[in-house]
Design a protein. Structure first.
Length: 131
């Protein structure tokens, strides 16, 4: 998509997402540095704080190009109801198969020389095995 300056930028969402990320990362820094008995350096948190404006700027540019991720609410709304059978992720569009055909049982593949389909068809050696 092309740049469109009239597209809205979800600043509140970007800031909220970055704050959640920064909180989780801060807790991770504290936990992992305490476990290793190392000193927690302020430069870790300065680097984390400097990532905020970069994240928001990148998200704003992507929004102007038309990129918008789905919210958790939208993802949950698109999920099928529990108990409904799942359709396999085959390329039924390219083969022209319908959903009913794709949901049917998969046929058993033909036997190959690597599958065991009964007694071995290899010739047994007449020589005794060496031990």
């Amino acid at each position: 998509m092309a740049w469109d300056s009239s597209r809205p930028v979800p600043l509140r969402r970007l800031v909220r997402e970055w704050l959640i990320y920064a909180g989780i990362a801060s807790v991770g820094f504290v936990i992992f540095y305490k476990v290793e008995n190392r000193e927690i350096k302020p430069s870790l948190f300065l680097g984390l704080a400097s990532s905020g404006p970069m994240y928001i700027l990148f998200g704003a540019v992507m929004a102007k190009f038309g990129y918008q991720r789905k919210t958790m609410k939208e993802i949950r709304a698109n999920r099928p109801a529990p108990g409904t059978p799942r359709v396999p992720r085959t390329s039924s569009r390219s083969t022209g198969a319908t959903v009913a055909e794709a949901a049917g049982p998969r046929p058993k593949p033909p036997p190959t020389r690597r599958t065991s389909t009964g007694p071995s068809q290899h010739r047994k050696s007449t020589k005794p095995k060496r031990r």
